[in-house]
Ligand binder design. Structure first.
Ligand code: SF4
Length: 434
């Protein structure tokens, strides 16, 4: 197979080829054909302004194209694909960097290369993207459904908030509340006890704007129960999920959530009640499990305290609290998962990977959801502590499968059913994708 070659974006936005230069990743390593797949449907190709395109010539020397030629290229992958490499580039001279491009917006910049005239991405398929693909969300039908629902329930602030998320952010889980199917969103918390470097709902970094606004009210139990019962009883494969991108940490409102879960379960046993959380409070988690929670997804970037603290900047809790929350939930029969924030070269660093195996074993976590971390490398990397050499993300996924054969790996939360002794089990058998 021929050598993957450099692609870049010209000043007028066209995709251009430099077939005499091998495509490389952020570390300067050539992209390997075995690590590439044709650009998936639903991917977005984007320039990286202020980043000069970089390749390798036949002698192996690193070559950066002049800023006048254009900028480095990247892709944002559709959910269901895991990025394995970040684009190679060289920061342009400060005078050449366009205004507002010092730090790039929160996207999952994925390395691209040309091969035989086509565009290829450094990625691996890790779940079935069908239910998350933009084609599954008809905007006109959505608008009609939102309008009809808001007319029928004008007082419900949860609906009004997620109508904004569905129509203005095209949020799939908010939209599903109105499509009455699959995983639906419910946000409850305006505050958070972490200060993640890449938070998408509140940014502390100078000059950075978070892509979404945080919820500005705490809904009542009745408002949540009204939306929840409707979703759990009407949606196929219903999951009603606390903890969305448009809020802070839901565990800070665990009283309200516990009351809402009890209220929903008093009316229906259908569907799955889930929480996406930073899992900072094991006692609150125990109360939610007792109230009737079915699944819990804990977000984390590392199983090592130094890396965790550098990214999450936690207030009043530690990675050990996260670990204990997962154990408490597992012991209560809850189907537990990790939302693993992935950046190539981080989780797959030898020491990070070893810590992951131990953490997943100790917590008995059932599912790892691989999540491409949406962040500018220039913002993330200076904040992280040193780590060992990288295995590569394909090798990391293979290592997880080898060391933890019962672990499920994918990209999404799954509906569950009650098994023996009330233990939650996936409602559908897990297919192996990668
Ligand atoms: S835990 Fe969530 S809401 Fe809180 S800072 Fe991190 S990303 Fe933002």
């Amino acid at each position: 197979m021929s050598q993957p070659y450099l692609l870049y974006v010209t000043p007028d936005g066209a995709i251009a080829e430099a077939r005499d230069l091998a495509a490389v990743d952020y570390e300067g390593q050539p992209l390997d054909p075995a690590d590439l797949l044709p650009l998936p449907a639903g991917a977005t190709v984007a320039m990286m302004p202020g980043r000069r395109a970089v390749g390798r010539d036949n002698a192996g020397a690193r070559v950066a194209l002049p800023a006048q030629a254009g900028w480095a290229i990247s892709a944002f992958l559709p959910i269901g694909y895991t990025r394995t490499r970040v684009p190679g580039y060289q920061m342009a001279d400060p005078a050449e960097i366009p205004a507002n491009a010092e730090t790039l917006p929160f996207f999952g910049y994925t390395a691209l290369a040309g091969l035989d005239g086509a565009i290829y991405a450094a990625a691996v398929p890790t779940d079935d993207p069908a239910r998350w693909h933009p084609d599954a969300f008809d905007p006109r039908q959505l608008e009609r459904r939102v309008r009809r629902r808001l007319l029928a329930e004008p007082e419900n602030r949860v609906l009004a908030h997620h109508a904004h998320c569905a129509l203005d952010y095209q949020c799939p889980t908010a939209s599903n509340v109105f499509f009455e199917r699959w995983e639906g969103a419910v946000a409850v918390a305006g505050g958070c006890n972490a200060r993640c470097v890449g938070c998408i709902s509140k940014q502390e970094e100078d000059g950075l704007v978070s892509p979404q606004d945080r919820l500005a009210f705490v809904p009542t139990i009745d408002e949540i129960v009204a939306v929840g019962v409707r979703h759990l009883t009407h949606a196929p494969d219903a999951i009603f999920s606390f903890g969305q991108g448009c809020e802070g940490e839901p565990l800070l409102q665990w009283h309200t959530i516990a009351g809402a879960i009890q209220g929903m379960r008093a009316q229906t046993a259908m569907g799955t009640i889930n929480i996406n959380t930073n899992a900072s409070n094991p006692r609150a988690v125990a109360r939610l499990c007792a109230a009737g929670l079915d699944t819990l997804r804990a977000s984390t970037i590392s199983a090592r305290p130094a890396t965790y603290d550098a990214y999450y900047r936690p207030i009043g809790y530690t990675l050990d609290h996260v670990k204990r929350s997962l154990i408490v939930a597992r012991e209560a029969g809850i189907y537990t998962s990790i939302n693993l924030l992935l950046y190539p070269g981080l989780a797959d660093a030898e020491d990070e990977a070893a810590a992951w195996i131990a953490f997943l074993r100790d917590t008995g976590t059932r599912l790892v959801q691989l999540r491409n971390l949406n962040i500018d490398p220039e913002l993330l990397l200076p904040k992280l502590p040193p780590r060992g050499p990288a295995l590569g993300l394909r090798a990391f996924i293979a290592l997880l499968r080898r060391e933890l054969p019962d672990l499920h790996i994918g990209n999404f939360s799954v509906p569950v059913r009650q098994g023996p002794d009330g233990v939650r089990l996936p409602a559908h058998p897990r297919g192996v994708v990668a």
